[in-house]
Design a protein around this ligand. Structure first.
Ligand code: AMP
Length: 380
């Protein structure tokens, strides 16, 4: 199967090739033709499965030359749960939109930054990628109107509900016109998602992609048995011994993320922490620097476990385990993506051993446990 046979224009095909998208991923094979035909779609797929392009490409195709003419009336709305995902999805629209013959303006908006520049920039926007709260602020300020929306995407809908956006989403639904195409993407098919599906989608094309186990095959997992006090020194030892140049580390609290990053820096390893207490600017900057290889270590809370795509990330370290096995899989899923292999390392304290067994059972994988007591972590 090729992108050409999915019905995409030669302009998009050329850009896909330039970005090394040689053939469509399964979600794209299924979703692109359905969306081009105007069908509603329910996609059960993780980030990493290629779902952004699976809706961005046909939305751009469907709007090419057919955008609305009224100012501040957007044609397509993409709702996402986090600021980072808003930026990432917005970039995909910008990149592919830029090669089309007719001008399509896309923009990302999210909270935590000043609203005024967003209000001004909203002029002539056709495709808006937004987090729910900020979208409502903009709608209430009449900076944007939803009455001409032809296509709606709910991306990572399960995450949005987990983060408590239900009320805002309902308010947004109320402001949309009745006739529109609806696309719903979620990693899981929970009860809440089924409910939204029933309210929102009309006779949808249901696409279920289960990449978790496939993706896990690309990830080389290992675990180190270590006491809580020796985790810091072991972490530095692993980074130095393996000369790791781009590592994403997960902790379970904001405090720990700051603490781990501080200790790394004190020991001469360039590191930054990223979590909800950091300003939006600091978060964006740290993530951008990390993505582009200018920052060696990024220490994150679960804010980053989902939705963020970092190309060719070679290594993820779980400094502490997350509570849910699903989050563990999402965390390590930051590596081994887009068909590139990666390493996932877990530091397991005696207290965490039982929980780690549960995680291994859930993901149906046995991870080799390496003893570390004998290692001289302070050897120069
Ligand atoms: P997503 O699930 O949308 O976050 O996409 C995950 C990653 O896969 C992104 O880095 C995309 O650029 C990449 N990607 C998506 N579709 C393809 C494709 N057909 N071929 C190669 N890479 C792709």
């Amino acid at each position: 199967m090729s992108f050409a046979s999915l019905g995409l224009s030669p302009f998009l095909q050329k850009e896909l090739l330039r970005q090394n998208y040689t053939k469509p991923y399964p979600i794209q094979e299924a979703a692109i033709p359905a969306i081009l035909r105007g069908k509603d779609v329910l996609g059960i797929a993780q980030t990493g499965s290629g779902k952004t392009a699976s809706y961005a490409l046909p939305i751009l195709m469907n709007l090419d030359g057919k955008t609305g003419s009224k100012n501040r009336h957007i044609d397509a709305l993409i709702l996402v749960p986090t600021r980072e995902l808003a930026v990432q999805v917005g970039d995909v629209f910008k990149q592919f939109g830029s090669v089309l013959p007719n001008r399509i303006k896309s923009m990302s908006v999210f909270g935590g930054v000043s609203i005024n520049p967003q209000m001004i920039a909203m002029q002539n926007v056709n495709i808006l990628v937004a987090t729910p709260g900020r979208l409502l602020d903009l709608v209430n300020a009449k900076a944007v109107h939803l009455s001409a929306v032809k296509m709606l995407v709910l991306d990572e809908a399960d995450k949005m509900l987990n983060l408590g956006f239900k009320k805002e989403i309902d308010q947004i639904f109320d402001k949309l016109p009745a006739k529109r195409q609806n696309l719903l993407f979620s990693a899981t098919l929970s009860k809440d998602i089924s409910t939204i599906n029933q309210v929102l989608l009309k006779d949808p094309e249901v696409i279920k992609i289960e990449p978790e186990t496939e993706n896990l095959d690309l990830i080389k997992q290992s675990a180190y048995a270590v006491s809580e006090e020796r985790k810091g020194p072991l972490l530095r030892y692993i980074i130095k011994q393996n000369d790791l140049q781009q590592v994403l580390i997960f902790t379970s609290s904001v405090y720990k993320a700051d603490n781990v990053a501080d200790k790394l820096r004190k020991n001469g390893i360039q590191a930054k922490a990223i979590h909800r207490r950091k300003s939006q600017l600091a978060r964006t900057e740290a993530l951008q620097n990390f993505k582009e290889g200018r920052l060696r270590v990024l220490v994150a809370t679960d804010l980053l476990a989902r939705g963020i795509d970092i190309e060719f990330l070679p290594c993820v370290i779980n400094y502490e385990l997350p509570r849910s096995p699903k989050d563990y899989i999402h965390r390590i899923g930051r590596t081994g993506r887009a068909e590139n292999p990666g390493d996932a390392i877990a530091l397991i304290s005696p207290e965490e051993e039982h929980h780690f067994n549960v995680i291994q059972k859930k993901m149906k994988r046995k991870v080799e446990m390496i003893e570390t007591e004998q290692i001289d972590l302070f050897k120069k």
